[in-house]
Design a binder for this molecule. Sequence first.
Ligand SMILES: Cc1cc2nc3c(=O)[nH]c(=O)nc-3n(C[C@H](O)[C@H](O)[C@H](O)COP(=O)(O)OP(=O)(O)OC[C@H]3O[C@@H](n4cnc5c(N)ncnc54)[C@H](O)[C@@H]3O)c2cc1C
Length: 423
Amino acid sequence: MSGRAHIIGAGLAGLSAAVQLVGHGISVIVHEAAGYAGGRCRSFFDHKLECEIDNGNHLVLSGNHATRDFLRLIGADNTIDVHSPADIPFVDLADGTRWSVRPDKGRIPWSLMSSRNRVPGASLSDYLQSCRIMWAKDNQSVKDVISTGGVLWRRFWAPVIVAVTNTDPAAAGAVPMRQVFAETFAKGEAACRPVFFPQGLGRSLVLPAVDFVTAMSGELRFNHRLTGVHKINDKVAALEFGKDRIDLSENDCVISAVPAAVAQKMFDGIDGPNAFSPIVNGHFRVNQVFNVLPLLGVVGGTAEWLFSRGDVVSVTASAATSLVNLPSATVAVRFWRDIQAAYGLVDVPMPSFRIVKEKRATFLQTPDQLSRRPDRRTQWHNLYLAGDWTDTGLPATIEGSIRSGASAASAALVKMNKMGGNT
Ligand SMILES: Cc1cc2nc3c(=O)[nH]c(=O)nc-3n(C[C@H](O)[C@H](O)[C@H](O)COP(=O)(O)OP(=O)(O)OC[C@H]3O[C@@H](n4cnc5c(N)ncnc54)[C@H](O)[C@@H]3O)c2cc1C
């Protein structure tokens, strides 16, 4: 008898697992606690702004190959804009200096020999010293391997690392950053192109994945929260969703794609990160389309990155512990001040805004917390783990969650094929 895969959670990890498994002809049911898919990467209609916005800006680069493969598989690659050639503009609000990071075509950044191509004020030796990140070890934080003083730190490393790890950049684990660097900047320009979602995250990454799964006879059950798990010997035997109980057959598998805290509560014996970090986003409906860059790194302000899409300018502040408990109106004033300075909108009054605070946006990516990440395999023979918090080797990102889902699906597939019934 062929088995069925029960996937718990319809965030990107769960959707990634589901699209892989339905593609292999496996019968799949995705159980999602919320009434919608996408988890921490979602779009919604905001009644105050009267338009659709994303819960937060998501920075993705062309070197995120699993994300690109996922988009192709679900037929959504045509919904993205890949900004080519790679060009990431920055402004330093302290003195108004502007520059762009333009990686070289090849792997060796020869152009940095000329000061014109460096971050203003940074020397060639600052760049050479940064290469030490490529030899980082598991227990090292960023501050153990690269200098956290100086212009290159302030104008390049700090804004990039905080965006990628959502952790104080000096305290962040160096190894996931090394991996990101190896898959993007160290590969040259073609791997560093910013990827934009002009129709929003939901219409690129989430809805097409849901459509793909259902078109392949998979099922998604929304408002179906896992509330209990029964085990017999070394296997998960039944899943409870409130009053609804599903007994698993011999060949069934379970993929947990829920956040770390939920997985640890539901399934015994699972280790995982237990400290989290907030991201605060602000969306401003400026009611006119300014001729501004779709992406701008901001140094020296409250805002760290500005994204513009249509007539909405959105702001991100990561590792935002000092902002998350402030009133939204106070946060909005600070963000708007930075938008005005960055885009030269000094006389423009603050438009309608929405502040979105994600208190547990990701786990805190320090070496200590990173060491708690579990493998996709568990002590329960038919249970696999997925999610950005599992041991992907990458920071907790879209790319990490998509890879984790695909990896859990391939482990489940091997097991289900062994049990017989699927080829
Ligand atoms: C504001 C913000 C900005 C970000 N910026 C970036 C960025 O710039 N670049 C980047 O790459 N990444 C970014 N990320 C990170 C990225 O969004 C996440 O890494 C990714 O979405 C995590 O996906 P996941 O599937 O692992 O987890 P989740 O999205 O958390 O999915 C878990 C799912 O499980 C469901 N669930 C929970 N409990 C149960 C239960 N008991 N039963 C059933 N279902 C349950 C949840 O409702 C959810 O849908 C950002 C995240 C946030 C919040």
